[in-house]
Design a protein around this ligand. Structure first.
Ligand SMILES: [Zn+2]
Length: 203
């Protein structure tokens, strides 16, 4: 565990006096989000995947370091209420809004909450190989400098999900997108003051 955990909030992982939990309001989202992670990621203070389940009630965490995770994913993708899709680059995929237009049910967006190098390894696992992919088509630039290696486009997990929801072009998702962006900004400001500098690029 990091040496400074004793005075951190165990939900948002910021210092107790910078806790943003009271600020986070859950938001409706017709799509489900499955966050694939492991304990090591959850212990990283700058990890932003933890906020997804705090904002979106219809989300699920699957830990890759727990025995039987493959079966959990296999069971998950049998759920016929959703179109299961792995959020991972694949240039052969259609834009997110076009994928959605052709569907009669909501997405279950499976997101790999880890560094980009680990995500590439995870995506090659047999369990994920045959799940259709969805990727960002716009060239988004991260507004924050949280980790040296995050997604291949430099976006952290929460930011990349917010960008994907934007690309779905569905105004019903705006409250969720706005909350994600606000939480990210609050978190970065909290971390910035902790580290003695600001991490936001455009603030
Ligand atoms: Zn907190």
């Amino acid at each position: 565990m990091p040496k400074t955990t004793f005075n951190r909030c165990r939900s948002c992982w910021l210092h107790i006096d910078k806790c943003i939990c009271a600020y986070i309001q859950s938001q409706n989202c017709q799509h489900k989000v499955t966050i694939v992670t492991r304990a090591k990621e959850q212990r990283i203070v700058s990890n932003t995947g933890r906020y997804i389940s705090m904002i979106l009630p219809n989300s699920q965490i699957v830990r890759l370091d727990i025995k039987g995770w493959e079966q959990i994913i296999n069971n998950l993708i049998q759920d016929t209420a959703y179109h299961h899709i792995l959020f991972f680059p694949n240039p052969n995929t259609k834009p997110a809004n076009q994928i959605c237009k052709q569907l009669t049910k909501p997405l279950n967006i499976i997101i790999l909450d880890t560094s980009w190098s680990s995500a590439r390894r995870w995506a090659r696992k047999k369990t994920f190989l045959n799940i259709p992919k969805i990727e960002l088509k716009k060239h988004w630039q991260s507004n924050y400098l949280l980790r040296t290696t995050t997604q291949n486009n430099g976006l952290c997990t929460l930011e990349s999900l917010a960008c994907l929801l934007c690309e779905l072009q569905d105004s019903k998702l705006n409250p969720a997108i706005n909350m994600m962006n606000k939480v990210l900004k609050k978190m970065v400001l909290g971390m910035g003051s902790e580290r003695g500098k600001l991490f936001a690029r455009n603030s």
